[in-house]
Design a protein around this ligand. Sequence first.
Ligand code: GAR
Length: 217
Amino acid sequence: MHPRTRLRVGVLASGRGSNLQALIDAGQKADFPAEVVLVLSDKKNSYALERASMVGIRSIHLSPKEDDFYRKLGDEIENFETDLICCAGFIRILPPEFVSRFSGRIINIHPSLLPSFPGLHAQKKALDAGVTVTGCTVHFVDEGVDTGPIILQAAVPVLPYDDEETLSERILVYEHRIYPLAVRLIAEGSVHCVDGVVLYSGNVHQGSSGFISPVTE
Ligand code: GAR
């Protein structure tokens, strides 16, 4: 695919940026139909900004203390002719005016099988609830907290010896798989969101297998 035909992705990140890295790595493959062109962070010392700079992607820090923070954020995204906005560990709740400005073009990754365990510390909430399966979700962003139409999910077992760290690490492996996959499906036109419903076509097939956790045999 010619580089100019690729979907232009802007990433919002507040922290270490491992999901950003997964998207950058995917975009460096010649056959991937999207590329990260811009990284915006509300945290000056976010490692996400450094990851972007290291590979020559424009990285911008905007302080949330500034007036019109979300308007400026949106202006940067428009200046870069960004087609899709990926929230990757962005710790802010996007206000309705921002969500409607980029309606249907914002997606998020969350470390649980939504709608279970939205908000912060999703992995700890899963442990506290005693579930034996959790996972991660990529979804379109609406005005709620980790709500919005679901695009992809991966199920991950919770093991008896897990603490927040071990469970988070196991889930993160799958986050790094499904986030680029979701971006690919959107870029290829295989996923659309119409009136709050996700529609699939093209390269998306219904699987018939599942798994039971804990494994007993
Ligand atoms: C990821 O686990 C992501 O799913 C989570 O923040 C982490 C960011 O890690 N996001 C949320 O909890 C959203 N509610 P990263 O900076 O290494 O990508």
